[in-house]
Design a protein around this ligand. Sequence first.
Ligand SMILES: Cc1cc2nc3c(=O)[nH]c(=O)nc-3n(C[C@H](O)[C@H](O)[C@H](O)COP(=O)(O)OP(=O)(O)OC[C@H]3O[C@@H](n4cnc5c(N)ncnc54)[C@H](O)[C@@H]3O)c2cc1C
Length: 247
Amino acid sequence: MRVSTGARATLDRVAAIEVIPDQTIRVLDHGFVRLDASMADDLSVVNGARVSFARRKLEVDEADEGLIRFLMRDRHGTPFEHNAFRFHVRAPIFVAREWFRHRVGSFNEFSMRYARATDEFYVPEPEDVRTQVGKPGAYSFDPVDPAVAETTREQLQEVYETAYAAYERLVELGVARELARAVLPVGAYTEFFWTVNARSLMNFVSLRSAETAQREIRRYADACEEFFAERMPVTHAAFQASGRVAP
Ligand SMILES: Cc1cc2nc3c(=O)[nH]c(=O)nc-3n(C[C@H](O)[C@H](O)[C@H](O)COP(=O)(O)OP(=O)(O)OC[C@H]3O[C@@H](n4cnc5c(N)ncnc54)[C@H](O)[C@@H]3O)c2cc1C
């Protein structure tokens, strides 16, 4: 949802990037994963490995595909590090918090100290409102009654409206943005850049697109994986064949 209040028009907030160019996969209600740039192909894996024998290839052939499968299967991980994906992501803060736990990679995030907070908040689709069943570590997530789903969405919207109105009020009273932001819930959207190599990306995808990961971050991991599969199809196929375990 996007919060709209009368006072908003007077705000000098730095707008989130509105133009969504190519190389973008939309995720959730206001989010996206955009591949800002990449230096990534299967050949980089092959040559990273073959330099051990002072060899360099110009194209990937069948023997190289076998080599990639071997490297993946036997967990020779370093040849998968000679590449980079630079993603631009818009996601709810609670998703970003999970994402930032992945230490191997580089992040820069939108600052609510320097710019006015976003007025976009995550409201799940009714079918994404779920209940958890079972024990910690072994939960399953079941759909809820449609009335409960609607109540959940309404409650979230109400809280977001109230929180954003309080934020605006505090900023207009002259309270520093770095403090006023404390009223905002973790459903607020944030934006960040993430640069990562294929080895670390596979670790992220392996953990975050698994059934055990939270549904919202899974959608983002799936989007990242699409870009990975497109840029490095042989490596991606080997990753799949090895049970989606990062080398
Ligand atoms: C389903 C799920 C539930 C989770 N629940 C929780 C939770 O309840 N609480 C919580 O705090 N976290 C939780 N996490 C986060 C998790 O513990 C990891 O912090 C996160 O998944 C990042 O994984 P990583 O360390 O493999 O990735 P990265 O930090 O990107 O590291 C990549 C790899 O580098 C190596 N590495 C990196 N740093 C070190 C180091 N210091 N020492 C040795 N090797 C290193 C490891 O091989 C690691 O796998 C959860 C994650 C998932 C997927």
